[in-house]
Design a protein around this ligand. Sequence first.
Ligand code: HEC
Length: 121
Amino acid sequence: MISRSSRALVGLVLSGLLALPLVVAAAPKKKPGKPAAPAKAAGNAKKGAVAFKTEGCSGCHKTKDIPDGGPMKDLSKAGAEKNAAQLAAFIKNPVGASAMPAFKGSAATLADIVAYLLTQK
Ligand code: HEC
């Protein structure tokens, strides 16, 4: 004969067992170790150094390896001052630099130029 209280106990244990998977499911899943801001297709800094000249950037800007660049802001520290996203956004839309034309080239070339500027620190 199962007593009232032991039946209650069985019920309690069963409901506890039912609730367990819910608790486990609700626990936050561990994300694989991705960086906080995954970089888009990383550019090629070597190609970027070439594009920096062919796209006219060096007509206005110097860098460490282009000391004979133009008289506008020296970008020898550009990679220390801005991250990739900031550089790309500025080059596409140079807010506050009215003398600088917005870059209209391809996304791949922009990524290359950004990769190149990130070497400037
Ligand atoms: C006609 C001249 C001119 C050309 C061409 C030009 N820029 Fe600029 N650029 C400027 C001026 C002016 C500024 C603002 C300088 C300042 O804030 O002191 C600037 C600012 C920048 C800055 C931001 C620097 C900072 O830290 O605020 C970056 C990065 C930059 N240019 C990259 C480029 C790239 C890459 C190209 C080629 C695609 C380019 N520029 C072409 C004139 C030019």
